[in-house]
Design a protein around this ligand. Structure first.
Ligand code: GLN
Length: 525
């Protein structure tokens, strides 16, 4: 197993996740099978209980793991499916160590960060990597070098470096090269953060320098000299038009050759899949506007997988998707502004929790239904579509979800098995489940099959008591898992499709998710 360990310096938010994913991709393009692990030094067990305000989207894996959004980037860039063990947090590590201590596994010893915590970290990394059978494992250490929280993890990878063969471990450090007021590229922050890294016993093999503009050769030489790496190991990662250009950029900078040399690897094959994607992106000649009516409208990171899934579908249709993130509460405050939706070729309501903004979303769905505007509803976006239809077409006046209000008509209700759950982690229906599709439905047409598998994250569902009443008026449940309604669609509408699952999590560049593709096609007209 070859390990590439990606650390970050200077500041957070430099795009370390995209860098790690891109390094993986350029090596995958050389025929290697690549997996990835994200280390999050926070004490939470997983991202399931974390607010999108603080950490962006919670990404859901096939096994139901609720993880950091970087795992979404790995899945998309590497076209792989990961499991919850690929996200190692301080919480998970300590939980295991404390459980072992209580069981008496440490035979009376004092349990300490070194070696017990660090051993647990190394064991987890090696186990996960080995289980995948990959050639290369990318390990991204979250946070910034120097953070107290990341110390045990950096110490663990330091130990790994001395325990593994020299050619089996490479360190890549991501830093920032800012421009001063004269526009000169400054290397001091990089020098300082590498110094910090070295004080922990870690020497980077390559430095990825994030910069607004291409990093000059002079700047690279200076960094090389001060940080003790060859000049060709300093990679310019200047701002790209789109994240999917980053692997191409790193390839051009010679990073894959350099890393293969360091890791004593020879390319297995040459794949041009990524170049094909770049060509498709370059061929984009149309644009549509999509309104996403949500709660965290000002935070693009909260809906990153939806953004990417729309992009994937757009690339396939040679079409740029201009997304407006619309705050649903705006429609609640000023219902007359609902007509502003008329400028959109399609309307999307994403998943969500809690009552805030839901009435505004319902107004938007009503608008889409009545004005024949393509509509895609995801999870809560399906539940609200059912509520809207029950209220305004079936005539169940205050129909609602029991998550959102006390109501006479709970058309959306709690999953029976969830009623007494107290533990906030894992109390939802999470991860992969199948849905059987009705032949001849929109669902079966766009998926091209009669059974699909998609990822879930919900507690509430369509109340079976109201199904026949709703279907009699025209909204059809065309995907089911046993007694559970997975899809609601409206035949005769230009495109009105909503799902209890989250198709955005399985969308990939070059392999767009079927509902997103059908939505974009309908929006294109
Ligand atoms: N809040 C709803 C539920 O728990 C929808 C969840 C979601 O959209 N992910 O069922």
């Amino acid at each position: 197993m070859k390990y590439i360990i990606v650390t970050g310096g200077v500041m957070s938010g430099l795009g370390k996740g995209i860098t790690a994913a891109s390094i993986g991709r350029i090596l995958k393009n050389k025929g290697f099978s690549v997996t990835a692990i994200k280390i999050d030094p926070y004490i939470n067990i997983d991202a399931g209980t974390m607010s999108p305000y603080q950490h962006g989207e919670v990404f859901v894996l096939k096994d139901g793991g609720e993880v950091d959004l970087d795992l979404g980037n790995y899945e998309r860039f590497l076209d792989i499916e990961l499991t919850r063990e690929h996200n190692i947090t301080t919480g998970k590590v300590y939980q295991t160590v404390i459980e072992k201590e209580r069981r008496g596994d440490y035979l009376g010893k004092t349990v300490q960060i070194i070696p017990h915590i660090t051993n647990e970290i190394k064991e987890r990394i090696r186990k996960v990597a080995a289980k995948t059978g990959a050639d290369i494992c990318i390990i991204e250490v979250g946070g910034t070098v120097g953070d107290i929280e990341s110390m045990p993890f950096l110490e663990a990878v330091r130990q790994m470096h001395s325990e593994e063969k020299e050619e089996d471990v490479a360190f890549v450090h991501v830093t920032l090269v800012p421009l001063d007021t004269q526009g000169e590229q400054k290397t001091k922050p990089t020098q300082h953060s590498v110094k910090e890294l070295r004080s922990l016993g870690l020497q980077p093999d390559a430095i990825v320098a994030r910069c607004k503009e291409p990093v000059l050769d002079d700047t690279k030489s200076k960094i090389a000299l001060f940080c003790d790496v060859p000049a060709r190991a300093v990679v310019s990662a200047h701002d790209a038009r789109d994240i999917y250009y980053v692997p191409t950029l790193m390839e051009k900078e010679g990073l894959s050759d350099y890393l293969m040399e360091k890791l004593k690897l020879t390319p297995k094959s040459e794949s041009h899949e990524w170049d094909d994607l770049m060509n498709k992106m370059a061929a984009i000649d149309k644009e549509i506007r999509v309104g996403v009516v949500g709660k965290y409208a000002h935070l693009g990171d909260s809906y990153i997988s939806i953004n990417e899934a729309l992009k994937h579908a757009g690339i396939e249709c040679r079409c740029r998707i201009k997304i407006d993130w619309i705050d649903a509460e705006e429609f609640e405050r000023k219902p007359e502004t609902i007509d502003t939706l008329q400028k959109y070729n399609g309307i999307l309501v994403p998943g969500g929790f809690g009552v805030r903004g839901t009435e505004g979303k319902i107004l938007a769905i009503k608008y889409a239904r009545e004005h024949n505007v393509p509509y895609l509803g995801l999870c809560l976006g399906m539940q609200l579509a059912v509520i809207e239809f029950a209220r305004n077409v079936v005539g169940l006046k205050d129909a609602n979800s029991s998550e959102l209000a006390k109501t006479e008509y709970p058309v959306i209700d709690l999953l029976p098995e969830q009623e007494n759950v107290k533990d906030m982690g894992g109390s939802m229906r999470l991860g992969n489940y199948e849905a059987d599709l009705i032949d001849g439905s929109i669902a079966s047409r766009i998926y091209g099959c009669l059974t699909l598998v998609e990822r879930h994250r919900h507690r509430y569902e369509v109340n079976p008591k109201y199904i026949s009443q709703i279907e009699a008026k025209g909204l059809k449940f065309t995907g089911k898992n046993d007694h559970r309604m997975e899809i609601a669609e409206l035949p005769g509408h230009k495109f009105f499709f909503s799902s209890q699952f989250h198709p955005e999590f399985r969308s990939r560049p070059g392999k767009p998710s079927p509902p997103f593709l059908a939505f974009v096609k309908a929006a294109l007209g």
